[in-house]
Design a protein around this ligand. Structure first.
Ligand SMILES: Cc1cc2nc3c(=O)[nH]c(=O)nc-3n(C[C@H](O)[C@H](O)[C@H](O)COP(=O)(O)OP(=O)(O)OC[C@H]3O[C@@H](n4cnc5c(N)ncnc54)[C@H](O)[C@@H]3O)c2cc1C
Ligand SMILES: *[C@@H]1O[C@H](CO)[C@@H](O)[C@H](O)[C@H]1NC(C)=O
Ligand SMILES: *[C@@H]1O[C@H](CO)[C@@H](O)[C@H](O)[C@H]1NC(C)=O
Ligand SMILES: *[C@@H]1O[C@H](CO)[C@@H](O)[C@H](O)[C@H]1NC(C)=O
Ligand SMILES: *[C@@H]1O[C@H](CO)[C@@H](O)[C@H](O)[C@H]1NC(C)=O
Ligand SMILES: *[C@@H]1O[C@H](CO)[C@@H](O)[C@H](O)[C@H]1NC(C)=O
Ligand SMILES: *[C@@H]1O[C@H](CO)[C@@H](O)[C@H](O)[C@H]1NC(C)=O
Length: 537
């Protein structure tokens, strides 16, 4: 691999590097989960690939020196037991997106809570178009799981630790008649079920494509990763992309594609739309705003009117805080960070075992209901301790919800939420209220002595709604061409309508919300998309 980090290089080295690496078969923009998978598979197919990532590497292998006080090969993002502290000891969040997104190699997967939900068949079968049904996508999922499967049992000694909360809640759910399942081996069981959490962990370390794909690409001469490099726009000649304009430490340059080269955008659902607006692709109002941010647009005759930013979807979260009579509590990450928790640290370092191999949640549950509108909506509950004997249940309303929002652009160049994607329809409000009410009734009726805290009734819990950070749909994939009044921005090969060699592979192309947290399905879809891109002649 060539790892070009412009900061430390002399002008001469820079010029030589530029000459040697002048054109590429593929430029992949964005080194999040989708971008890394895409770039790795393209390089495996003998293509000359440049992967551009605006952030830095989060692991020692990818250049980070932000190591733990007690182990110089590990950074805070690596240790599963530290996930709830990652936000306070790293500085990886983007400063120009409409909502939370991570601007670091690995994208959201580097900083998230690692919940790894294998998508059920219906996630594809309900609304994805022909060619993208589960039967079509299953081999792509298999390719992902071979490298990055997730686990419900991350500790090498085969034990589970700190199981008090699991014990309290599993007793509660079985009293309701819900079933215990393994969410990895039974992905289609999504009604009245609970599971030990499935996490994105392997060998006791947070994984994801930075660890499970990138090293394979790095072994190939034809693969180049450029960190600290922000793409601004694609450079077009009509329907052809000829290069990508990038900014590194305030300097702009254009990186060229080879003659039959292609670009794949993978900057995430909150950033890929900006790259499109900046390239003259999207609603005219957004392109005009892009012009005010100081970028160079293609001539107006080449603008492509597509519904970029529309169809924004996310999982709303409702918080249910339950005080129990138990004594389990919140894991003390501060004592791990400062090295004083030697028992857990030693067990982790010498045996790859113990509570530090686990993420923050102790139970994940799923259920569904059918609304007055006849629509089936799903719910995921992620349960973690938030105090002594207190569990915070984050209830996500997921697959089946009918609300949509709009992502736009502001004159300072940040993406903005023009219309929030939450509880916009009567059906969603009614279904969410009904599900939360059933939870509230069960919790308050429980003989376990449970008590609601902070939000003590259904309307207060519905009012606690926050963002799920699982944004999808802002450059939707589908057969209804957005230039002709349809809702889609990319076709079923993930190629942008009206362009010859511009593709997208990230959460923005998903035409529907998954039943669970989004990272796994983003990776599955990336495996599928890159196969389509390679097959497209
Ligand atoms: C706080 C938080 C918690 C979450 N928790 C979970 C969870 O527990 N489980 C789960 O399944 N999902 C979770 N998610 C969601 C999951 O992380 C995302 O769905 C997933 O990361 C999306 O992948 P992506 O490749 O589409 O985009 P991203 O992960 O956003 O990656 C985009 C990449 O592109 C780069 N980039 C952006 N713009 C440019 C540019 N102009 N030039 C160059 N590079 C650029 C970014 O730096 C980033 O590396 C969470 C998300 C957040 C924000
Ligand atoms: C590198 O890429 C070029 C151009 O696609 C290709 O001809 C060559 O076979 C590749 N080499 C390797 C080692 O992958
Ligand atoms: C873009 O902005 C420039 C000024 O920065 C202006 O001259 C030009 O007319 C604008 N283009 C369009 C299409 O509005
Ligand atoms: C480490 O953090 C814990 C928890 O905050 C604190 O009690 C302890 O005194 C700290 N130890 C050191 C050596 O700083
Ligand atoms: C640091 O952690 C790694 C992974 O857990 C382990 O293999 C290694 O031995 C640790 N280093 C030290 C000095 O303990
Ligand atoms: C909490 O209450 C339940 C149900 O009454 C009881 O079984 C359990 O032992 C209690 N736990 C504690 C720690 O008192
Ligand atoms: C619900 O709780 C809120 C805040 O605690 C309170 O203001 C409201 O009156 C309650 N509503 C009902 C219907 O009890």
């Amino acid at each position: 691999m060539r790892l070009v980090s412009l900061g430390g290089l002399s002008a001469l080295t820079l010029a030589m590097t530029a000459a040697a690496a002048s054109t590429y078969d593929y430029i992949v923009v964005g080194g999040g989960p989708a971008g890394i998978i895409t770039a790795e598979r393209l390089s495996a197919a003998n293509k000359k690939v440049l992967l551009i990532e605006r952030g830095q590497g989060p692991t020692v292998d990818t250049g980070s020196s932000n190591t733990l006080s007690w182990n110089e090969t590990l950074t805070p993002v690596d240790v599963p037991g530290l996930t709830s502290a990652v936000g306070s000891v790293t500085d990886y969040m983007c400063d120009d997106t409409a909502a939370l997104a991570a601007c670091v190699l690995g994208g959201g997967v580097t900083i998230n809570y690692m919940v790894f939900v294998h998508p059920p068949d219906h996630d594809f079968d309900d609304k994805w178009p022909k060619g993208w049904k589960w039967a079509n996508v299953a081999p792509a999922a298999k390719r992902l799981y071979q490298r990055n499967s997730g686990t419900t049992l991350p500790s090498k000694d085969g034990q589970r630790y700190d199981q008090g909360l699991y014990s309290t809640l599993s007793t509660f759910f079985s009293s309701l008649g819900w079933s215990s399942v393994d969410m990895i081996t039974q992905p289609n069981e999504k009604h009245e079920v609970y599971s030990y959490p499935s996490w994105n962990i392997k060998d006791a370390i947070r994984v994801g494509p930075v660890r499970t794909y990138l090293p394979l690409a790095e072994e190939r001469d034809n693969f180049t990763l450029r960190l600290g490099t922000k793409a601004i726009r694609v450079v077009r000649s009509g329907s052809q992309v000829t290069g990508v304009e990038v900014e590194t430490e305030g300097n702009r340059e254009i990186i060229k594609l080879s003659k039959k080269g292609r670009v794949v955008l993978a900057a995430g659902a909150l950033s890929t739309p900006r790259l499109l607006f900046n390239s003259g692709i999207g609603p005219q109002a957004q392109i005009l705003t892009a012009n005010k941010t100081g970028i160079t647009l293609p001539p107006k005759k080449d603008w492509i009117e597509l519904p970029v930013g529309k169809n924004l979807k996310d999982h709303p979260i409702f918080s249910i805080n339950v005080k129990t009579n138990e004594t389990w509590g919140v894991f003390d990450t501060a004592s791990v960070l400062n090295g004083s928790d030697t028992t857990n640290i030693n067990q982790y370092e010498s045996k790859a075992s113990g509570v530090l191999t686990q993420g923050r949640h102790r139970v994940i549950f799923f259920s569904s209901n059918v609304g007055a509108d006849g629509v089936t909506r799903y719910y995921q509950g992620s349960c973690a301790a938030s105090g002594e004997g207190v569990v915070q249940i984050k209830v996500y309303m997921t697959h089946g919800l009918t609300s949509e929002g709009v992502l736009g652009l502001s004159e300072d160049g940040s993406t903005t939420i023009e219309t929030a994607p939450y509880l916009q329809t009567e059906g969603d409000i009614e279904a969410a209220t009904s599900f939360v009410k059933s939870m509230v009734d069960s919790i308050t009726a429980s003989s376990a002595g449970f008590e609601l805290q902070t939000y003590t009734n259904t309307s207060a819990i519905i009012g606690s709604q926050t963002s799920g950070n699982h944004y999808v749909g802002t450059a939707k994939l589908g057969t209804d061409d957005g230039r002709k009044g349809g809702s889609s921005v990319v076709d079923t090969n993930t190629k942008v309508y009206g362009m010859d060699n511009l593709f997208i592979s990230d959460a923005s192309i998903h035409p529907d919300l998954p039943t669970g947290n989004s990272q796994t399905i983003v990776m599955v879809v990336a495996e599928m998309a890159v196969a389509k891109i390679l097959a497209y002649k």
